[in-house]
Design a protein around this ligand. Structure first.
Ligand code: SF4
Length: 214
């Protein structure tokens, strides 16, 4: 069905900007959230939500001559992307997206795809080049600047195609079953150590278990 949010796109083809981070972290996590609509809280998601609440109210302010937009809706008609940018600073006319994360700097830079996708949306929306942005780590109160080079942009476009295919196929990618699972809030739904048929059997048992059983 044609989308009312992004003209010219089918609803099933639209990709959320946040899906890029999930996909880069673990494709199965991305499918669980964006295809199966699974979401479970754990310590990490709660901390993430706390940090996002700091920037989750739409608004605009000026600071030292820089216009700062918070919770700015973003989109790209070319890429079929929609989402929200935590903070966008406008240095002159040039947008500079800043994504808030609760933890310290991480070894795997899956956030880079998300912030680069934000920049690509902002470029289309404003007609300005967006060469850089930053990830703000709440724990260390430090920013890590990210340069949006052609390699990162290609990775974003490739990931969007993969996510779109996943949304169409409804097939869960295989589990990562490695150290990524330790901090993942979706372990109970994912069951990364169990083969797919066993996982479905366990989820069905859970769904149809009599009330009061734990
Ligand atoms: S538990 Fe592991 S395999 Fe499953 S979604 Fe999370 S990170 Fe991916």
């Amino acid at each position: 069905m044609e989308s009312t949010i992004l003209p010219g796109w089918d609803d099933r083809d639209i990709v959320m900007v946040s899906a890029l981070e999930h996909y880069a972290y673990c494709p199965r996590q991305c499918a669980l959230i964006h295809v199966e609509q699974t979401f479970t809280e754990n310590m990490y998601t709660l901390k993430g939500r706390f940090v996002h609440n700091l920037v989750d109210v739409e608004g605009m302010e000026m600071e030292g001559g820089v216009r700062i937009e918070r919770a700015l809706p973003i989109w790209s008609l070319r890429l079929g992307l929609i989402g929200k940018a935590d903070v966008v600073e406008f240095h002159g006319n040039v947008p500079y997206p800043v994504e808030y994360k609760h933890g310290p700097r991480r070894k795997h830079r899956h956030d880079d795809l998300q912030i680069c996708a934000q920049a690509m949306c902002l470029e289309e929306m404003t007609g300005k080049q967006v060469p850089r942005g930053a990830i703000y780590h709440h724990l260390s109160h430090r920013r890590r600047e990210v340069t949006f080079d052609s390699h990162l942009r290609e990775q974003v476009e490739a990931a969007i195609i993969q996510i779109r295919m996943m949304q169409h196929s409804n097939i869960l990618p295989p589990p990562a079953a490695d150290e990524r699972c330790r901090g993942c809030s979706l372990q109970d739904s994912c069951l990364p150590e169990i083969k797919e048929k066993g996982r479905l059997r366990m989820l069905l048992r859970e769904l149809f278990k009599p009330e009061g059983d734990t």
